[in-house]
Design a binder for this molecule. Structure first.
Ligand code: SF4
Length: 271
């Protein structure tokens, strides 16, 4: 596929990924992780790029995006934003990262990390680690909750190993707990991860549930009900009070709006 509208479809306000990066790069379409809250799958359905949610799990390499020569962007670049890094697209991803670094870009690599993929990236770009930030999405420790919401993604322990590995290799490491999937264990999760984080830990709500989550069973309905309850304003304010003293914590706009913090006014500030 030569052109992917998903790459360009979220370009209106400073929310979501625009808080983190001035440019969003992808090299494949579709994602086997099949998260129930996936915004990219929702966008693909809306734009007619897939006919049914099931088709999202079949991933295809975007050859022109892989081979694209990039300029030097005026700020941090995020890769990927609408798929993840898997053994199937790793070679393509290595080419894209190399192309971005060749133009002296600072690359924010965001993933629910496969350990083998992260090991390969760390080894391949060991001599350019000062231009790379890893941001690993780790949304819960509870295996039942994690596998329910992110059925095809690596388990918690694998993501933790990937975080430890990249940290010990001397890379900048960051975590995204967005969406928070288990508010009851959030502090425990942060405590376990923070020794291996030297950049930031971002926390955010599950957004636009009614548009993105397909409620096709009683179990999904019950989980959505639990998430909605856990992210009511009062619960978010309590959580903010408990965690706001921690220096690594950053708040996504979904939290800032509730607790009264100013929203980002500059694209890609990542703070
Ligand atoms: S990892 Fe990201 S792109 Fe893949 S299904 Fe989950 S939310 Fe969607």
């Amino acid at each position: 596929m030569a052109y992917c509208p998903l790459i360009y479809c979220q370009m209106s306000t400073i929310r979501g990924t625009k808080e983190w990066a001035v440019a969003e790069i992808n090299c494949s379409f579709g994602c086997p992780y099949n998260c129930r809250y996936c915004y990219a799958r929702t966008a693909a359905l809306k734009h007619g790029l897939i006919d049914s949610p099931d088709q999202w799990t079949q991933s295809r390499i975007l050859v022109e995006e892989v081979n694209r020569k990039h300029p030097h962007y005026q700020g941090q670049v995020m890769f990927p934003t609408a798929h993840d890094l898997t053994n199937e697209n790793l070679d393509a991803a290595l080419t894209v990262i190399n192309n971005l670094l060749a133009a002296d870009n600072r690359v924010l690599i965001v993933s629910k990390p496969s350990l083998s993929c992260i090991e390969t990236i760390c080894r391949r770009f060991a001599d350019q680690k000062q231009k790379i930030v890893f941001r690993f999405t780790i949304t819960a420790r509870n295996p039942e909750i994690l596998s329910f919401w992110e059925p095809g993604a690596p388990a918690y322990q694998e993501r933790l190993k990937a975080l430890k590995f990249s940290y010990r290799q001397g890379f900048s490491t960051s975590v995204s707990i967005e969406p928070v999937l288990d508010m009851s264990d959030l502090e425990g999760l942060v405590e376990e991860l923070e020794p291996y984080v030297n950049h930031s830990i971002w926390i955010g709500k599950m957004n636009r549930i009614e548009q993105r989550v397909i409620i096709d069973s009683d179990q999904v309905a019950a989980e959505v009900k639990r998430i909605r309850k856990e992210q009511q304003d009062g619960e978010i304010e309590n959580m903010y009070q408990r965690l706001q003293h921690k220096p690594l914590i950053r708040w996504k706009e979904s939290i800032k709006e509730i607790v009264g913090l100013p929203l980002s006014t500059q694209i890609g500030r990542d703070e």
